[in-house]
Write a protein that binds this ligand. Structure first.
Ligand SMILES: Cc1cc2nc3c(=O)[nH]c(=O)nc-3n(C[C@H](O)[C@H](O)[C@H](O)COP(=O)(O)OP(=O)(O)OC[C@H]3O[C@@H](n4cnc5c(N)ncnc54)[C@H](O)[C@@H]3O)c2cc1C
Length: 416
């Protein structure tokens, strides 16, 4: 018989936002709680959320409206969100002296705009609730007893813990360098759960266009992007686009990735970017004529930057086949129209989505029909609970992922 290194009411595996919330809540109920984390510290992914500012939730206090953002998961989420809503997220953090502020599109951030402060609140809460935390403890095995429950947890360091209840919070598979390497999914498949194969979601788009390297880092806040499948127009969206050396990004693009993936599965995809969406071809041509008239003797390469970032205007000239040292007054009407066309229809082949290393979340995970979402307990293993990114729930960016962590973490912690 192997030695047991500790016995707990609740063992939480994974110290991301969902696991920390769950462990704190379970501790508050007077339970003896152990939190096992494989990294040297808790919340590595949490610390990078929202570009380090942490978009902690989305300000929609009506659950019926909020849950529309979670696709097919909506009906499963009424119960957990009735137990811990967006309003509860505000209360939880603000009572712990972290005021929150609502910004554009309902996105909520800590007033300090530091994800690290969110991590500190959760870490303090764990301390306050007497949770035992073991860092550098990768869990390797969940041992199932004959009564269909998990009886022991084993770690790589050769330790073995006994638990009445186990909460899984090992996350998904995006940004694996933060510790989210899909370990939980491998265990669950062996334990008889279905795991919907994760694929990168909320992820930038990849393009082979060589000119992207020249404009990498430039973003324009008001562009329209049109998508074409095998040459046929499919849909368009308006918003900010960031050019990167590998393709395009920005919240608008990240949230389109799911739809673009569907197109990519059907054929070849091209995007066309309209850099002047509120000006038609004719009006843009008139604007260019005016610019030319005012700068007749200048090279075109020196006047186009008056309406576009310099590097982007260089690319426009190359793609329009215009010699950058052409004097403005000698541009033919036909050449001018080519420039206008490029500015209105900048072509960009889309060859795919970026991988897990760039994805905000991974689509996939445990389907909700295998979970009693009133408690977040497995329907297959009686003392096992699920939280956060382990769940197969599609959602956009904007704070919806972390809200899922707070809600499911709370419900699992309370019921375990
Ligand atoms: C760049 C980026 C920015 C983001 N920004 C936002 C944002 O602003 N707003 C938002 O709502 N969402 C954002 N997200 C998504 C959000 O970070 C995730 O939804 C959230 O972190 C999921 O939390 P989790 O606790 O379920 O899992 P994770 O945060 O993935 O945590 C899982 C934890 O489990 C540990 N673990 C894994 N396997 C084991 C094991 N075998 N043994 C022990 N421990 C283990 C990991 O080390 C990790 O600490 C962002 C994601 C990324 C990548």
């Amino acid at each position: 018989m192997k030695r047991i290194d500790g016995e707990y009411d609740v063992i939480v595996i994974g110290g991301g936002p969902a696991g920390m919330m769950a462990a704190g809540v379970a501790g508050k109920q007077g339970k003896k709680v152990l939190l096992l984390e494989k990294n040297r510290d808790l919340g590595e992914k949490l610390k990078m959320t929202g570009g380090g500012r942490c978009n902690i939730t989305n300000y929609e206090l009506d659950n019926r409206k909020l849950l529309k953002h979670y696709g097919d998961a909506e009906p499963y989420l009424y119960s957990p969100f009735s137990q811990f809503s967006v309003k509860d997220t505000f209360t939880f953090f603000e009572r712990r002296k972290l005021p929150l502020v609502v910004q554009a599109r309902g996105r909520v951030f800590p007033k300090t705009e530091r994800a690290y402060d969110v991590y500190l609140v959760l870490k303090n809460e764990l301390k306050k609730q007497g949770v035992t935390i073991l860092l550098n403890h990768p869990v390797t095995k969940l041992i199932r007893s004959v009564e269909d429950s998990i009886s022991f947890i084993e770690t790589k360091n050769g330790k073995r813990f006994k638990a009445k209840n186990v909460i899984l919070a090992t996350g998904g598979t995006s940004h694996p360098e933060t510790g989210s390497t899909g370990d939980g999914f491998r265990w669950l498949e062996k334990l008889g759960h279905t795991v919907v194969r994760p694929s990168p979601d909320i992820v930038p788009l990849k393009s082979p266009e060589p000119w992207l390297r020249e404009v990498s880092g430039i973003s324009l806040s008001f562009m329209r992007i049109h998508f074409f499948l095998n040459g046929e127009h499919q849909f368009s969206k308006l918003g900010k686009i960031l050019f990167t050396h590998f393709g395009i990004s920005s919240p608008l693009i990240l949230n389109l990735a799911r739809d673009v993936r569907k197109l990519l599965n059907k054929g070849s995809v091209e995007a066309k970017i309209d850099m002047f969406p509120d000006t038609d071809h004719q009006k843009l041509d008139k604007r260019l004529i005016k610019l030319i008239d005012q700068n007749k003797n200048k090279y075109i390469k020196n006047i186009l930057p008056e309406i576009l970032p310099k590097k982007l205007s260089d690319v426009v000239l190359i793609l329009s086949g215009v010699d950058e040292y052409t004097k403005a007054h000698s541009l033919s009407a036909e050449t001018r129209k080519r420039i206008v066309k490029t500015m209105k229809e900048l072509p960009l082949r889309i060859e795919g989505l970026m991988g897990m290393e760039r994805a905000v979340i991974a689509d996939g995970g445990i389907p909700l029909d295998e979970i009693d979402t009133r408690t977040m307990r497995s329907k297959k293993i009686q003392n096992l609970y699920f939280t956060g990114d382990m769940l197969h729930i599609t959602r956009p960016s904007g704070g919806y992922s972390l809200q899922l962590c707070w809600t499911t973490g709370f419900v699992a912690g309370k019921n375990s």
